[in-house]
Design a protein around this ligand. Sequence first.
Ligand code: SAM
Ligand code: SF4
Length: 441
Amino acid sequence: MRFEAYPGRGPRVYLETYGCQMNVADSELVTAVLRRAGYVSADRPDDADVILLNTCAIREHAEERVLGRLSYLYRYKSARPEVRLGLLGCMAQHNRAALVEKAWYLDLVAGPDAYRRLPEMIGAAGFDPQVDVRLDRAETYADIPAAHAEGVRAYVTAMRGCDKFCAFCVVPYVRGRERSVPPNAIMREISDLAARGVREVMLLGQTVNAYHFDEVDFGALLRKIARIDGIARIRFTSPHPSDMTDSLIDAMATEPKVQPYVHLPLQSGSDRILKAMERGYTVDEYLALVAKLRRAIPSLAMSTDIIVGFHGEDDCDFRATLDVMSKVRYDGAYTFKYSLRENTRAFKLGDTVSEDEKQRRLGEVIALQEETSLARNLALIGQTFPVLVEGPARRGEGMLAGKTPQFKTAAFPASEGIGAGDIVDARVISATGHSLTCTRA
Ligand code: SAM
Ligand code: SF4
């Protein structure tokens, strides 16, 4: 590819990201790979030489959104045929052949293990689309420091892929088998972040607590990171209930930098459905884990993922999910209608719950969670929390916002000398289900 339109500097890349936090981290990696090769970032597609979409395949809806966006972005390529248009990530992996057929104008399609080759692929794109969706059991990109966004919090990939093969989920097929980033690479990356003023790291992985590298398990990794000066807070997402080891719970309970918040996906509150989902735990085991975590870490906040309308879920199974939600009383929940995904083990079983019924169940789950989130937050009124300030609050003039240790958004009046990166004590004076309003304590 020639970039004569912009003499004197590298080609410009516009990158849009869809999906989970792992994809956001992958986009930071892609940016690093391309910068090394001389590319510069563009803020808008209008003046980009290369337009890339980093995509998600977890639900059909996510894929449809990307296809819609892609056909919109095609207009830039029609206007300027030298523009290269590419699709990256999980959807590239999931849909390869169908994609090139549906979006025939794509110049490149790169799966999550092909990012090292991107400069080469972009360079070679022209007559035929460049497609690389090979999965690589060893690729961790450990030697490429990500181009992290500015901010007090940074997202650091600790492991990639997943070996769990839950019946509903495409992740193991699109992101490949589980592999952990060597601890020394993680430590180096976080030390560099700390030197740049980052105060909080969020370790990422599809089953982040399955992390293991030689003798280092996830609990040991957290303890190592806690020794890095400048890093005040350590978080991680998403852990799998089956990998919640004593070593990890102990690190959470005794290492002050590891924050008292856990996202513990339940998916369903019915043993029958959990078994069909091949989740690897029963409701009793899950509840025993919740109790153990709360015993070990009394200030723990907890969120979850719920899927409604999985194959065979009847009203009784659904009520069981509501029942577990009422017992646990989560601080928050991500709720999804089951989406049948090709290649997964449950695909051949098909859908048994109508779209309307899924929607109705989703509405009930959301209503219950909103009620619980509000009640839990109202109960915090009068309490004081150390808030790591991130910057001005979204909703109002003169307010700063940040997170409590429990990962709740807290806003309080700005004052001289307080800014991003500071940790200040704030007392809750009012609350909604989604945030806390505070005064300085
Ligand atoms: N690894 C994490 C775990 O085991 O819970 C979750 C990762 S997944 C990217 C995020 C969430 O998407 C899952 O917890 C699940 O609730 C939801 N999800 C995955 N596949 C789905 C599907 N086919 N339909 C609806 N929701 C799905
Ligand atoms: Fe998907 Fe299950 Fe792996 Fe989570 S643990 S990424 S839900 S297969």
